[in-house]
Design a protein around this ligand. Structure first.
Ligand code: SF4
Ligand code: SF4
Length: 85
């Protein structure tokens, strides 16, 4: 993701990621009013998902769209965080 993205562009991208996110269909999903999108840098870890019972991020369109390389963003942090950036 380019560093020069404006706050407005980041917000737009975030909403796009949330709209495409398939986390609510995941076996690890816990319903607590969150909207998913944990892979996104300004979202990151979930406040209610603590147990890793399978991750379906590999089948999510966002993984291909953004070239994501990790899994379990809800428990391990955003792609950026997991890459140590
Ligand atoms: S990659 Fe995972 S966390 Fe990111 S939007 Fe898709 S399902 Fe949600
Ligand atoms: S990040 Fe992965 S493990 Fe967590 S809820 Fe989304 S699909 Fe499931």
């Amino acid at each position: 993701m380019p560093e020069e993205m404006s706050p407005e562009e980041m917000e737009q991208k975030k909403e796009m990621v949330i709209s495409m996110c398939i986390c609510p269909s995941c076996p690890s999903w816990v319903e607590c009013g969150e909207k998913g999108g944990y892979c996104f840098p300004t979202i990151g870890k979930s406040d209610c998902i603590n147990e890793e019972s399978g991750c379906i991020c590999g089948g999510c369109p966002v993984t291909e769209e953004m070239g994501l390389t990790n899994v379990y963003y809800c428990t391990r942090g955003s792609e950026k965080e997991q890459l140590g950036k």
